[in-house]
Design a protein around this ligand. Sequence first.
Ligand code: ZN
Length: 427
Amino acid sequence: MSMHSDESTTTTLFVNAAQTVTCAGAARARRGAEMRDAGIREGVGVAVQGTRIVAVDTDDMLRRAYPDAHELDCDRGLLAPGFVDSHTHAVFGKARYEEQELRATGVPYLEIARRGGGIHSSVRDLRARSTAELFSLAVPRLAKLASGGVTTVEIKSGYGLSVPDELRTLDVVMQLASALPLRIVGTCLAAHEVPFERRELPDGRTSWIREITHEIYPQAAAASSAQFADVFCEPGVFSLDETRTLMSGAIAAGLRLKLHADELHDGGAAALGAELGAVSVDHLAAISPAGIAALAASQTVATLLPATMLFLGTGRQAPARALIEAGAAVALASDFNPGTAPLQSFPLVLTLAVSELRLSAAEAWIAGTVNGAAALGLAGETGQLAPGFSADLAVHNVEDFRALPYWFGERLCRVAWARGTACHKTG
Ligand SMILES: [Zn+2]
């Protein structure tokens, strides 16, 4: 008998939690008023077998049903689903310290990019690094995300901006997915920008869009290194018409859609995403009332990234309350990236959700778990503590679900498991 078959039949009971955030309910995005219920329970634990949750019940009932189980003592902490960080750019080279100061002196983000800085400096840097180096740089960053209780991470390409460098970035994402216990989802964001070296060429834009749709999307889909395609749809970056061309290429290649939409200016991108059936549209700080209505009437998840707006110093945030009150499904993500959100703490995103976006703590939990999962097409797989779901869970050293957004900046996660395997533990 092998060790492996022994391990796969081991049952672990997470017991002695002060409070349990189950988020249990329908396996789909929660919309509007549904977001108020995070399924908070007391005296309830979770049984895990292999990679799955097999029961959620009182500690006594779990012990009776699984008398030989190993016990993991939550020590009167908070037991919760692992967070789903559905929007990151975690594969990159160097940090971009200089831009934070430049913005502080009044130079806006898009102007820095126009001068060849911003995203273009990350592109020059990534192209000069080996695949092995990019992998090694990403590992500790993902460990930091996991140490805040994140168990699923989406990672976008978009700092390669050439056919080989975009595909190479997605290869790194795939290598991370097989090397780490975290669930990692790849997204092709080749349409992050027009490569700097092509800007002055007469067919620079069109030739890049054609390479994305005819070479990068089909090859990434064939290698299964990306499940999604994403476009930075913003006046001055990619127009609505260009985004339509890109998105139909992505659909033809078999990729699902995400969109960077209405981040800095309202260009109608959110409504376009809803029309094209995007799984999520992200940012939305400048979304119009028509965009809000379009999302509320669609299945598209509205993913908000409050850390980015804070770090950019805009003094502005997405209209989260208006989205929820219109009946949209709101998710939260870190937007972890070297230019506009060098943030590796998901609990801090919850703080910003309550204090800046004016979500309730329960809404913030749903937005960071169930709705994050829905933003990756994984609502039936992760984001809740319920039988049959993936064993993606975390124990935090607090006794109340409101304490996580409250004690902001603290590192409170004691242990996190992704697919039945520890991806973080302290001590
Ligand atoms: Zn982004």
